[in-house]
Structure formats: C-alpha cells, structure tokens
Write a protein that binds this ligand. Structure first.
Ligand SMILES: [Zn+2]
Length: 58
C-alpha cells in the first residue's frame, strides 16, 4: 500500500483506463484498487472501505 493511496491520491494505470457510462474507470498502479475519475479529473477508489450493504466476502 502506497502512502499516497492512503490519502486518496491514487495513480491510475494508463493501460487500464476504460470508458464507462458514468465516466472513466481504471486500476491503481500502486494498490490495484478500482478507480473512478471524478468531474474534477481526480481519481478516487470506486469501492469504499466501509460496506453499508452488508455483503462481505472473505
Ligand atoms: Zn492506489
């Protein structure tokens, strides 16, 4: 885990960027988490650390 990722500064892998209906998605180079690009061109992790729907695997 990269320190930057802990603070929300993920680095999208250029080869993983894909176009979606809601915008762009990618995979973080450092922590391999799925990212989504926000309207202000910042990458954020698309899966939250907390889970409100109660589905936990593992
Ligand atoms: Zn990351």
């Amino acid at each position: 885990m990269n320190l930057r990722c802990l603070f929300g500064y993920h680095r999208a892998s250029l080869s993983s960027i894909a176009r979606r209906q809601s915008g762009y998605s990618a995979i973080c180079e450092s922590c391999a988490r799925p990212l989504e690009r926000t309207s202000n061109s910042r990458w954020v992790a698309s899966d939250p650390l907390y889970d409100t729907k109660g589905s936990s695997a593992g």
